[in-house]
Design a protein around this ligand. Structure first.
Ligand SMILES: Nc1ncnc2c1ncn2[C@@H]1O[C@H](COP(=O)(O)OP(=O)(O)O)[C@@H](O)[C@H]1O
Ligand SMILES: [Mg+2]
Length: 336
């Protein structure tokens, strides 16, 4: 796998939302929702994305499925570049998304069979063939087609609706499915069933997942690699075990310290996070985490660290403490 190009590659991806609200709707600032992030996703892996609310997870996802347009950066699928040799329709078909709100993405006037068949018919598949596919997919997501094909969204439970939304995404035969808090609204037992279904579908269909959740336990269970975001940037990215057992960014350590069911042996001495993240309209200078970091030194206020690759691993950290000769005096000097 190492020699092949990554299935998905994102380079310098940026999305700034203009803030309107001044007189006559004049722009009063910019929300730097996603601010120049770069990462790869290998075929067949699950990349988890975590971070506090507002850090840019959903904006990243929406950029990848072309619900919104980036202000900068490039998106590549199997070494083809969007806008150059990758047509938009190829990206749209190959990257599908399932959202948190199981109701919002389903038309209340369409039966489940129609909802799943809709995408393929729009893409030129005959109604008969699309209906056959819809039944096949209902079966795949654990809903007996005879019982569920004719039902409307309000006749289903939240878990069943999410199964239909997964089937709808799969109807496009995508390579990548982005799950944006897709199980977060479900009861724990139903959530576990849908997570198992996602695991089965991934193995059966050779899918690649981007799994977004604020629930660090669920992300650990699902992911091969994990990306931690903070204020529109990547704080840390690496193999799941490296992130959970050897977290290098103080922000990651603080997130993990706040996890309810962490193994006490693994608890870091990091204090859990206090306060809300600062505003992405005016992110702090230097390292964006410095205003909440108890290891912050002068260099952290003045200079953004940038992602640094730790020796020997595919583990990258955006922190001066981890970077040799960064000018950071080190933990002892700061906390002593
Ligand atoms: N359409 C939009 N217009 C203006 N600001 C937006 C829009 N969408 C998201 N934002 C802002 O961008 C930031 C990142 O949001 P989002 O990507 O939804 O974060 P997350 O999914 O991690 O909670 C937030 O500050 C949010 O308020
Ligand atoms: Mg979100």
């Amino acid at each position: 796998m190492s020699a092949a190009a990554p299935l998905l590659s994102v380079n310098g991806l940026t999305k700034h939302f203009p803030l309107k609200g001044g007189f006559f709707g004049r722009s009063t600032g910019t929300v730097r929702a996603v601010d120049g992030i770069s990462f790869d996703v290998a075929e067949g892996e699950t990349l988890g994305i975590v971070g506090e609310s507002g850090c840019g997870k959903s904006t990243t996802a929406r950029l990848l499925v072309d619900l919104i347009r980036p202000d900068g950066g490039e998106i590549m699928l199997s070494a083809r570049r969007l806008g150059v040799d990758l047509p938009l329709r190829d990206l749209r078909r190959n990257v599908q998304m399932v959202f948190q709100d199981s109701y919002a993405s389903l038309n209340p006037r369409l039966t489940m069979e129609e909802a799943i068949a809709f995408g393929p018919t729009v893409n030129g598949v005959s109604t008969a063939e699309a209906t056959r596919l819809a039944h096949e997919l209902l079966f795949k997501v654990g809903l007996e087609p005879k019982r569920f094909a004719g039902r409307y969204p309000h006749e289903l439970s939240g878990g069943q609706r999410q199964r239909v939304n997964i089937a709808r995404a799969l109807a496009f035969k995508p390579k990548i499915v982005i799950l944006d808090e897709a199980v977060s609204a479900l009861d724990k037992s139903v959530e576990a069933q849908v997570l198992n279904l996602l695991g089965d579908l991934k193995r059966e269909l050779g899918l690649t997942y981007i799994f977004i959740s604020h629930d660090l336990n669920v992300v650990r269970y699902m992911s091969d690699r994990v990306m931690v975001m903070y204020l529109g940037e990547i704080a840390e990215i690496g193999p799941v075990d490296a992130i959970y057992e050897r977290p290098s960014h103080p922000y990651t350590r603080a997130l993990l310290a706040a996890m309810p069911s962490m193994d006490p042996d693994h608890l870091t001495r990091e204090a859990p996070l206090a306060g809300d993240p600062p505003n992405p309209i005016n992110p702090p200078s230097g390292c964006r985490f410095h205003t909440r970091c108890r290891h912050a030194a002068t260099v952290c206020i003045s200079t953004p660290p940038g992602l640094y690759t730790l020796p020997g691993e595919r583990h990258l950290v955006n922190c001066h403490l981890a970077i040799p000769n960064s000018g950071h005096p080190g933990i002892e000097a700061v906390t002593a």
